[in-house]
Design a binder for this molecule. Structure first.
Ligand SMILES: NC(=O)c1ccc[n+]([C@@H]2O[C@H](COP(=O)([O-])OP(=O)(O)OC[C@H]3O[C@@H](n4cnc5c(N)ncnc54)[C@H](OP(=O)(O)O)[C@@H]3O)[C@@H](O)[C@H]2O)c1
Length: 365
């Protein structure tokens, strides 16, 4: 049985993964930053509680260590780092800044490129021949790539090849991993996730990223301006590649149980869910009439539509895409059922999310 080490352990995806690992009886070391008010242990416990609904987990199997992505040996003393990373260990690097804008570039670069490099160096210095490094990347490192995006490395490119600085940094991260494989013989894998949503087994959604960020904004808008017709600059024929967090966790579990793995794998839905379906669902669930108008120009928008457009500064870039991700390598490891996500799965999550009403306080749209 492998010892699993996870950094960014209090994050959304990582905390779901750790819950599942503990339930399987694996020993997990969670690397976490301490917060201003909370210790590393308190932060991981809160995240596990949110991911799992309770803390009925074999917590004796969990070791929590405070760390820093930016210090030598991740801020661990050398003996401790050797203890953590030696033997049959799988190290999952989740930590990343999810900011995307130009003015955050310094912070994005520090976390997603320099922090990753430090993580790779620390692991390479202490791991033995049985250690494996897993870089949690994004399928959107495809940037503006046309046609099928393959499960292989692509060269670094300038910002014009991407939708934002987050994507750029994640491509740079993949190529750092590649360098460590080629120059240091590191056993490493890149797992490219698409948009991670809620749990398709129960419809619960504990993230408000991407489509759910848009849903939250539209729910607030509907509350403030009920029954209003709002044109949104979205291509109804575009689609969203949404992968439920329980499927991501199943893939990650399989990765730690499997010896022979491809270097790059896409953890994505087999097919995207169309924007027109998502808008139809929102129109049924909320007192609002959203109308997709892909050619809508800023100067033709009314004040409310402009407000919506500002709130879509991130999601807007993803509202006119139909991306094609190769999954041949993933399917060979995970099986033919991997990545099956139906519009009904997404519809159920949208219903649960809207019914939970966590967005309801009147805030920005
Ligand atoms: N969610 C998605 O839809 C999605 C899609 C594709 C790929 N991914 C990838 O999956 C991974 C996890 O994403 P997530 O959605 O679970 O994100 P998340 O909930 O925001 O978690 C991010 C984690 O990274 C840590 N982190 C950020 N900056 C750091 C820094 N400078 N030093 C140390 N730790 C830092 C955060 O720690 P603090 O809490 O201390 O800031 C947090 O633990 C990321 O690598 C992301 O690129 C996610």
């Amino acid at each position: 049985m492998r010892h699993v080490v996870v950094n960014g352990a209090n994050g959304y995806v990582a905390s779901h993964f750790i819950s599942a690992l503990l339930k399987r009886g694996l020993v997990v070391t969670a690397l976490v930053r301490a917060g201003r008010q909370q210790s590393a242990l308190e932060r991981v416990s809160a995240a596990l509680l949110a991911a799992n609904g309770d803390l009925c987990l074999p917590m004796d199997k969990l070791r929590v260590k405070e760390y820093s992505l930016h210090e030598k040996n991740l801020g661990l003393d050398s003996q401790e780092a050797a203890r953590i990373f030696s033997g049959r260990v799988d190290y999952y690097h989740f930590a990343a800044s999810l900011k995307y804008d130009e003015k955050s570039w310094k912070e994005i670069y520090a976390a997603n490129v320099e922090g990753l490099e430090n993580s790779l160096k620390t692991f390479t210095a202490h791991a033995g021949s049985e250690g494996r490094f897993f870089y949690v990347g994004t399928a959107y490192s495809c940037g503006h790539h046309q046609g099928l995006f393959r499960e292989s490395f692509y060269p670094d490119a300038g910002i014009s090849a991407f939708r934002n600085y987050y994507e750029l940094s994640k491509r740079m991260g993949e190529n750092l991993v590649r360098t460590f494989i080629e120059e240091h013989g590191l056993a490493a894998h890149v797992l490219r996730l698409s948009q991670v949503v809620g749990d398709s087994s129960n419809g619960q959604v504990a993230t408000d990223y991407g489509v759910f960020d848009f849903t939250r904004r539209m729910a607030r808008l509907a509350r403030r301006y009920p029954q209003r017709k709002v044109r949104v600059k979205i291509d109804p024929n575009g689609s969203q590649n949404l992968i439920p967090v329980n499927q991501v966790v199943a893939h990650l579990l399989r990765s730690t149980e499997t010896d022979e793995l491809p270097v790059v794998m896409h953890i994505v839905a087999r097919e995207g869910v169309s924007n027109s379906y998502i808008l139809r669902q929102l129109n049924e669930l909320l007192p609002i009439d959203l109308q997709a108008e892909p050619q809508l120009k800023q100067q033709d928008m009314d004040a409310v539509e402009r407000l919506v457009a500002v709130g879509m500064s991130f999601t807007g870039e993803y509202s006119r895409l139909n991306l094609h991700f190769d999954t041949g390598q993933r399917d060979r490891v995970m099986g033919a059922e991997a990545g099956v996500v139906t519009p009904d799965d997404v519809g159920r999550m949208l219903r649960t999310f809207v019914a939970a009403g966590n967005y309801a306080e009147v805030g920005s749209v």
